[in-house]
Design a protein. Structure first.
Lengths: 581, 599
């Protein structure tokens, strides 16, 4: 422990705590534009400076650990002036178009400017004319708005290990771009959107498709249906001033109906179906030795993209089951369309996802068009939906909860927890255990796969046989897991794992790149708990016990992994080059 | 072949007893630029033809750049003689008369003035020995420091260094023994020592000259450092624009390997140490230690926050000592002659000598080495021979873009770390530029700021945007478009950048501006209020006038003016319309009768 003083308040913190974090503990906020709790301090913005009493030098509080006996001043006339000048300098190099900015009302620079009460920038403005990169059609890079805090670069390189974004050029010409100044779509970018989730300004934002959806909602020829992903319900409230993690499932259904959707489905139903297929796949590979082990989950499109680009040699290990949202997509244009007697060409399927990569997944391969049409027409992020609800003048908080549409909205607790890291694994284990033994596991909750530890490893025993499991989230954690597997395969050693779940975003989908801004570990946990609490309260918590899933197989799909199920619910993967051209 | 101490000493004796006649040509970059290669080639050819028993050798720079090329002739039985400004005609004559005829040529003798107040410790071998010969280095006491150091314990080495009082010569002046001690006291599998040869201040070339003139001294310093801190590997980070330095260092590493002074079991003492050269790609910021480390690691040359300091967590997160070239070149003599010997020169806080690149408006420009604590007055007038064309001295700039401008009234300031810092400048790596009344202080500030704008890495906002905005204000002032309010804004940015920039480059970038604002405020105000540049440097503030009395009405100015701002004819004379004039100065340059005045 370290004892010190900040603004004459005595404080004791553990060794290594930064001055910034120590100050926070005693309710002193030191402003910063570059430090993010997820990331190691890069010390780029220069706003968090503080002084040690009696010295002239200013030090950065974001990266300087509090030391024994230090006497820190965080606010005085000189510090205020320096901070203010630095903010003014940043503003002199930033466009003045807050009103039209994707981050209007939600921008860290805007907030700081407001807090400092800056009414005019004393220095002449100089801007760089830099083109917007919208090539991925999932996330837009708007380098003109970039303040070069470096968060996105560190997220992309350190947290996600993708290395699509980097700094290029230098001095006042420095900008963010993929190396070699190519388009993002030609780079190794996996479209996870974590860069946009961490950006303090509007320099990286989701590719907005709300206009498209409005057009179709007002088109009488179209039959608009919608589905919401598990993680959306525990984050959408933040757009309306609610605490993160509060579950708004019923209000969301109501709001979507008011927006004009004719049917409201739930991706959790698709998740239940995914589990039937994936658990069957696991049983086939593990018990019947058909196919390679370990089996790796594929619900996350960024992870799929990552693996196709960085680990194509592992393709055979991938589950071929489609992601839940694609399953609801294809079922809505086949099973549902047939049921209600609407021509599938008229059905316009919108998915509301916590994710930017889903915008890419819906057209990633020909299997995504298996209904004869694009199975999902457009995918919106949680952030886009929040804006649509506001545009429609819907008082979200005041709505009465409603129920989803039958049957593609009827889900179990297992489908619901897909939204948190470890959720897919937990849901799959609940069902796989049953498929092997014919009975349910003694405990319904698999604690070891929950929580925010980067790689979670555990073993469960089914009929006396150990099944080794790994759950990784955040692409930076995947290498460890896959290296162990590759090492075992190459050296013909015993496999370290039989079943692996991977989610690209830290925390899983609750921390997705399309979720409301300001994510921290605390918020990730709160959102995950929002899902776990609903699971606890659910009557049916096993995918295989979902009566409507059973009905679907009986009426329409046939056997799990059967011919029809295989055609509609499974996909293929191909090696992709890291760099196009 | 691994040599032991006896064998080294044997080589030393052999070289010392070598009495052959020889001719040495100064072949550092400066010498070669002045034409030394031609002289050298001629001598090789001439010696071959005449079959005279004389060795022609290359040596480094002795520092007198203003009189290069320099040739030293040492003929058996005659006193050694040094010739300066030797061109091809001169060398023919010297060869004929001195080498063959044994008669000294008096025309090209070097002017020895200016050397009396210098003390050559770091530069002791530069221009004296052949930098490409390890035997030559051994012959002038080379590797004696290493022999002695390897006989003592690492803690004794640190103690000797502490007694010597050696401080970093790269800019900050941090006590070298402390850096080494930090790294020594951390137990780690791997440690590194790095030589910072990324010299980048405009006009500074101390490190280059040392690397080119005495590469083994730097090597020896690094081996001693490696032994003291427990490193087995060292890197020399040298900018790629110093090809000759790189070539000579690489040659030196090879030779040291051949003698077993690098590699395994050095001097049979069971100590293993090796060196590798890494080239800098030309970014000034890579002279900053954390950016330099990032660069060696293959990353973008971005500085990172400290702590942790490199001596705790440096190259590949291992304890790393980074020393500047001159610091390392000081090490061998300290261990050969002792810490007390080193500390016998200098001022109370700053020991030893310092090498400066004395340039600007000074008669004898070049590389000088002086004891710490000598005054600026002595350097400029006694060593430098005073201001060029005997003009009035206005200021001296030290420390390059990170330093400040010291006005003439402080010429009696002793040159040491603290005194310079108190004046708002820094010792820096040793750039020293003398300025006379023709130098405009706004222009000087602008020059250095432009350098910083170009060299800012772009990582931190205060430096990236601040330097750009400061340059804009300085440009505005030099164009006569600024107001007093602008000077205040400039000052605000200066302070913010100084306080909030991440690394040394940014924190010191405002120094030239701040020091000129402090000492030459009146000059700034003249630019702003009177729209005048008293030095006549700021082109936009000049007006050109034809003096009717002196004008010969030749019309040359009339014809040369690109914007037809001059009207008149050969009968009535000419007049310049200052509204049309673009201040290009063509008329001024063209007039043969000094009939155009500029004010």
């Amino acid at each position: 422990m370290v004892k010190a003083k900040i603004n004459n308040i005595e404080i004791e913190v553990s060794k290594g705590t930064t001055i910034l974090d120590a100050a926070k503990k005693i309710n002193i906020t030191i402003p910063t534009l570059c430090k993010h709790p997820d990331l190691v301090a890069s010390a780029a913005c220069g706003i968090c400076v503080v002084k040690v009493k009696g010295t002239k030098k200013m030090i950065r509080s974001c990266c300087t650990p509090l030391e024994e006996g230090m006497d820190i001043i965080t606010h005085d006339a000189e510090l205020q002036k320096v901070r203010r000048t630095v903010v003014e300098l940043i503003l002199s190099n930033h466009p003045n178009d807050c009103l039209q900015c994707p981050r209007n009302n939600n921008c860290e620079l805007q907030r700081l400017t407001a807090d400092f009460g800056i009414r005019e920038v004393p220095y002449p403005q100089f801007l760089r004319q830099l083109p917007v990169d919208a090539s991925t059609k999932t996330i837009n890079l708007i380098p003109e708005k970039c303040i070069l805090c470096g968060r996105c670069v560190h997220v992309c390189q350190d947290l996600q290990d993708v290395w699509a974004l980097s700094f290029i050029e230098r001095g006042h010409n420095t900008r963010i771009s993929p190396a070699g100044d190519i388009n993002l779509s030609e780079s190794p970018c996996i479209r996870c959107g974590q860069c946009s989730a961490h950006c303090p300004t509007g320099a990286i934002a989701e590719y907005d498709q709300t206009g498209q959806v409005w057009n179709h909602l007002y088109d009488d020829d179209k039959y608009c249906v919608v589905q919401i992903a598990p993680a959306v319900r525990v984050a959408i409230g933040e757009a309306f001033g609610h605490k993160g993690g509060e579950n708004f499932t019923g209000k969301l259904y109501a709001a979507l109906r008011r927006l004009g959707f004719k049917a409201v489905f739930d991706t959790c139903f698709g998740a239940d179906v995914t589990i039937i297929e994936e658990a069957s796949e696991f049983v086939q590979r593990f018990i019947h030795k058909k196919g390679k082990l370990p089996l790796i989950t594929t619900c996350c499109p960024s992870w799929v993209d990552f693996m196709e680009k960085f680990y194509p040699q592992m393709i055979d290990h991938f589950s071929s089951a489609k992601s839940p949202h694609e399953i609801v997509g294809v079922l809505s244009k086949t099973y549902y369309a047939n049921k209600i007697g609407v021509d599938p060409s008229r059905i316009y399927m919108v998915s509301i996802m916590p994710c930017t990569a889903k915008k890419f997944e819906i057209s990633r391969s020909k299997e995504m068009f298996i209904s004869g049409y694009q199975d999902i027409d457009v995918s919106l992020t949680t952030r886009e939906l929040g804006r649509m609800i506001k545009q429609a003048g819907i008082d979200f908080s005041g709505l009465d909860p409603e129920e989803p549409d039958h049957i593609l909205g009827d889900y179990t607790g297992a489908g619901l927890i897909f939204g948190a890291t470890g959720g897919v694994m937990e849901a799959a284990l609940r069902t796989a255990y049953n498929f092997v033994t014919g009975e349910n596991y003694k405990e319904i909750v698999f604690k070891d796969v929950r929580g925010l530890k980067g790689v979670k490893e555990t073993t469960i025993t089914i009929k006396g046989v150990d099944i080794r499991i790994a759950v990784a989230h955040g692409m930076g954690n995947v290498e460890y897991v896959l290296r162990r597997v590759e090492d075992a395969i190459v050296n013909q050693k015993e496999l370290p794992y039989h079943f692996i779940e991977v989610m690209a975003c830290p925390g899983g989908c609750v921390g997705g790149g399309g979720q409301p801004y300001g994510v921290t570990d605390k918020l990730r946990v709160a959102r995950a708990n929002g899902l776990y609490n609903e699971d606890d309260a659910k009557e049916i918590r096993y995918s295989h016990e979902n009566p409507y899933v059973r009905k679907l197989y009986k009426e329409f799909l046939g056997e799990p992994l059967g011919e029809k199920a295989h055609k509609l619910l499974h996909t293929r993967y191909l090696p992709r080059p890291l760099y196009k051209k | 072949m691994n040599l032991d101490t006896n064998q080294i000493n044997h080589i030393r004796k052999k070289v010392l007893s070598n009495k052959v006649s020889c001719i040495k040509v100064g072949m550092a970059t400066c010498g070669i630029a002045a034409g030394a290669q031609e002289i050298y080639d001629f001598l090789i050819e001439a010696v071959k033809k005449s079959k005279v028993d004389v060795e022609v050798r290359k040596c480094g720079c002795i520092g007198a750049c203003y009189i290069e090329p320099i040739v030293e002739v040492k003929i058996q039985g005659l006193k050694p003689v040094t010739y300066s400004k030797v061109d091809i005609e001169a060398i023919k004559k010297i060869f004929e008369k001195h080498v063959l005829g044994k008669k000294v040529v008096t025309d090209y003798l070097i002017d020895e003035e200016g050397s009396s107040k210098q003390v050559r410790r770091v530069l002791r071998n530069c221009g004296i020995i052949d930098p490409e010969s390890i035997d030559d280095y051994i012959g002038s006491d080379g590797y004696q420091g290493l022999i002695k150091a390897l006989k003592s314990k690492p803690e004794d080495i640190i103690e000797t260094l502490k007694i010597s009082g050696l401080r970093g010569r790269g800019g900050g002046g941090f006590p070298t023994w402390m850096k080494w001690n930090f790294a020594k006291n951390i137990s780690a599998e791997e440690k590194y020592i790095i030589c910072n040869g990324d010299e980048g201040d405009p006009g500074a070339y101390m490190d280059r000259s040392i690397l080119e003139g005495d590469p083994h001294a730097v090597l020896e310093g690094m081996v001693i450092g490696g032994y003291a801190i427990g490193a087995r590997k060292g890197f020399l980070y040298i900018r790629a624009e110093y090809p000759l330095a790189v070539e000579r260092i690489q040659k030196a590493i090879e030779q040291a390997h051949d003698y077993g002074l690098l590699g395994d079991n050095i001097l049979d003492k069971g100590f293993n140490f090796d060196l590798e050269v890494r080239l800098g790609a030309g970014a000034f910021v890579c002279g900053e230690e954390t950016a330099l480390i990032a660069s060696i690691e293959g990353k973008r040359g971005y500085p990172r926050p400290r702590p942790p300091y490199p001596s705790v967590k440096g190259l590949w997160d291992k304890p790393t000592v980074i020393n500047n070239v001159e610091t390392l070149a000081n090490i061998p003599a300290i261990f050969d002659k002792g810490g007390k010997w080193f500390a016998s020169l200098g001022s109370p806080q700053s020991k030893g000598t310092k090498v400066f690149a004395l340039t600007g408006k000074v008669k004898r420009s070049g590389l000088i080495e002086v004891p710490m604590g000598i005054t600026l007055q002595e350097v400029v007038f006694d060593i430098g021979g005073g201001v060029l064309n005997d003009k009035k001295i206005k200021a001296v700039q030290t420390g390059g873009p990170s330093g400040g401008v010291i006005p003439a009234q402080f010429l009696d300031t002793p040159l040491d770390y603290e005194s310079l810092q108190n004046l708002g400048s820094i010792m820096g790596s040793g750039g020293m530029i003398v300025m006379d009344e023709d130098d405009c202080m706004v222009d000087i500030a602008k020059f250095y700021m432009r350098f910083c704008v170009d060299e800012s890495c772009g990582k931190c906002a205060p430096c990236r945007i601040g330097t750009y905005q400061m340059l804009e204000y300085l440009k505005k002032i030099s164009r006569g478009q600024a107001t007093e309010d602008d000077i205040e804004k400039l000052q605000d940015i200066c302070v913010a950048v100084q306080k909030a920039a991440l690394c040394g480059l940014g924190q010191t970038a405002p120094n030239p501006t701040l020091s000129t604002l402090k000492y030459f405020n009146q000059e700034y105000l003249e630019h702003v209020k009177d729209r005048k540049c008293r030095a006549g440097k700021c082109a936009r503030l000049l007006t050109y006038h034809i003096i009717p009395k002196t004008c010969k009405k030749c019309g040359a100015c009339f014809h040369v003016c690109p914007v037809k701002a001059i009207s008149g004819n050969k009968n009535e004379g000419y007049i310049i319309d200052n509204n049309k004039c673009i201040r290009c100065g063509k008329c001024y340059d063209t007039c043969r009768f000094n009939a155009i005045e500029r004010k």
